[in-house]
Design a protein around this ligand. Sequence first.
Ligand SMILES: [Zn+2]
Length: 408
Amino acid sequence: MSLLFIVVDSLRADVLGCCDGTARTPCVDRLAASGALFPRVVSAAPWTVPSVATMLTGVYPHRLGLAKWEQPWPAEHPSLFDLGARAGLEVASFVFEPRYFLRAVPAAGVAGSSQHTERVLGWLRERRDRPFFAFVHYWWTHIPYVARATTVPAWRKLTDVVLDAIRAGGPAREGVKALYRHAVERFSEDWMPRVLDTVDLDRTWIVLVADHGESWGERRGAAAVHDVFDLHGNDLFEESLRVPLVVRPPGGCTARRVGGLARTADILPTLAELLGLGPPPPDIDGTSLAGCVRDGRDAPAADAFSVRNRDFLQAPSLPRDARDLWCAFALTTPRHKLVWERSESSRHVYDLASDPMETTNLSEAHHPNIDAAWKRLEAEAERAVVGPVGGDDLARTTERLRALGYLE
Ligand SMILES: [Zn+2]
């Protein structure tokens, strides 16, 4: 038994064909039709690092304290990598740049770049008959949506071109959205079939999920788009947080479209149960949705927390005070979304059922359920921490990343 865990960067749920989206994605749709599709999953964070860390630990980002690429993950929270290795799976990760993402997470076993598809396929082919856990962070749906390998300087140049087009607005911005859809289609129709042809689908669990969604300046105006963080990272709206999740068991099963609210924090306990990886670590925030995968029952009506950190990517270190790091918290309930911008003392409440675009702030309205939800949100914010940072090491790493061209 093996596990192929694919995180598709910036993949909005509402773009996929199987989620009634506008992209042509028959391969992903077929995958979803032979497993459990969770069309409503709330990501714990609107950008890659805190989001991926939560799906692989079952712990919310503000409790992990991770907000920089180069941070090690806190040792007190074992990850799915640890569980997989303990269960005898050969663990390997393919990320967009091995010198960057997960470099400080030895348990991830970074084995190469996901941008070299042939190498990923070669690794999978060699282990076709052996138990493995491959984590693949698919990158080409991320801005600049070019669906091919780029060097870091080329990536930066192309990204600037696409950001300029978004800022120009009008047809140029629409062109960017078309480019994004095309990148999603290339993922589904070019990359996925090759990967699915390589692994033994009768003995491999396939998980497909996104780390966050994407936006193109619709909320604050295109002129407010300064960098990538303004497309995903700087807000907690649905377009940034709602992601798709597919869990396909070995051999497939009849299509299961799972209703209710699921969370990326639920992924670790779900897979631990389904794959028999042993009990999930204590003190996690997620709960197992294995029953939903097995028989299609609705996800239990849980609340989902999501958090936003201030952008410290360019900074050599993180603040000591968690309040300076975690600046906004959201609580999604089956009906409502509450957002607390703690740094601005502003509160927003949206009725997701009647106002899915989150345009009307109902924060002045009082309802016992909402008042209780605010209390939960405030209590959750008290748990926030700043995670491990490497002190001088972190500063040195930041300098190295700057030299590589990742930072300005
Ligand atoms: Zn991402």
